[in-house]
Write a protein that binds this ligand. Structure first.
Ligand SMILES: NC(=O)c1ccc[n+]([C@@H]2O[C@H](COP(=O)([O-])OP(=O)(O)OC[C@H]3O[C@@H](n4cnc5c(N)ncnc54)[C@H](OP(=O)(O)O)[C@@H]3O)[C@@H](O)[C@H]2O)c1
Length: 245
């Protein structure tokens, strides 16, 4: 991947920052795309000075679906890989009361990802190479009362990545679905996460880069999450309705 360009969408996310730095260590140049371009420019300068790679800050709004085709068309040179890191946890209770909140969660985590990935996927399919990384969530493995709007959007995203992987496998394009479990980032700063189950953004980045190289399909960052979610998925509904997860 040396000196190739990677497109990082939602590049101000703590996981995205760690991943772009880890890829820079391997010599990858990066398009850092998100809404807060000021922050992106600082990070682009950091990548350049610290790792000697090229990095460009570009404005990207996952919710501005109509802009996505032009956004991608203007990238030159074209990226060899794209990482979808933007996301919105949102507030479940607010989403129950106010559909505009629910819709923002669904549009950010699902529709925005589908909108931009269809554009990138068509390009990779035509070039018969490339990789796609989608950061989904274990929350999508089974809807829970505490965050089912977010969880359902991530479930949709995981199903989307599954279908996209099947479609693109004939073209040699890999699609990695990352299910990080708990990660200590600004998204979860207020949640008081259990230390043993929580990864750092650097742990996630390391696993993502290894997953890209091995062309993995699905990645649980801490393996214990695969087991936890296996148990949760297999709880019968009459038990699940009674547990406080
Ligand atoms: N942290 C966790 O425990 C955890 C667990 C499972 C999955 N995830 C997923 O992992 C991904 C990264 O999470 P994180 O914890 O690193 O998040 P984070 O640090 O809170 O960053 C989220 C980023 O998403 C970007 N974003 C939100 N709406 C956007 C939009 N409309 N257009 C473009 N960018 C937008 C924001 O960009 P700006 O700053 O430019 O506004 C923000 O920097 C997310 O998809 C999240 O759902 C996180």
């Amino acid at each position: 991947m040396t000196k190739e360009w990677i497109l990082v969408l939602g590049a101000n996310s703590d996981i995205a920052v760690a991943t772009a730095r880890r890829l820079a260590l391997d010599g990858c140049n990066a398009y850092l795309a998100s809404r807060n371009v000021c922050e992106l420019e600082k990070e682009a300068a950091h990548l350049n000075v610290r790792y000697g790679v090229e990095a460009r800050a570009v404005f990207f709004d996952a919710l501005d679906f109509d802009s996505h085709a032009v956004f991608y068309a203007e990238l030159s040179p074209k990226p060899v890989g794209v990482i979808v890191a933007f996301g919105m946890l949102g507030d479940q209770l607010a989403a129950q009361r106010d559909f505009t909140v629910a819709r923002a969660i669904m549009d950010t985590n699902y529709c925005g990802a589908v909108s931009i990935l269809e554009v990138a996927a068509a390009d990779f399919e035509r070039r018969r190479s490339g990789f796609i990384v989608g950061i989904s969530s274990v929350a999508g493995d089974r809807g829970r009362k505490g965050n089912y709007v977010y969880g359902s959007a991530k479930a949709g995203f995981s199903a989307y990545l599954s279908g996209l992987r099947q479609r693109l496998s004939a073209s040699g394009v890999s699609v990695l679905n990352v299910k990080p479990g708990f990660v200590a980032t600004k998204m979860t700063a207020e949640l008081g996460l259990p230390e043993k189950l929580t990864a750092s953004p650097q742990d996630v980045a390391e696993k993502i880069v290894a997953g890209i190289k091995k062309k993995k399909d699905i990645l649980y960052v801490k393996p214990v999450w695969r087991l936890i979610m296996w148990v949760i998925i297999h709880l019968p509904e009459y038990v699940f309705k009674r547990v406080n997860l």
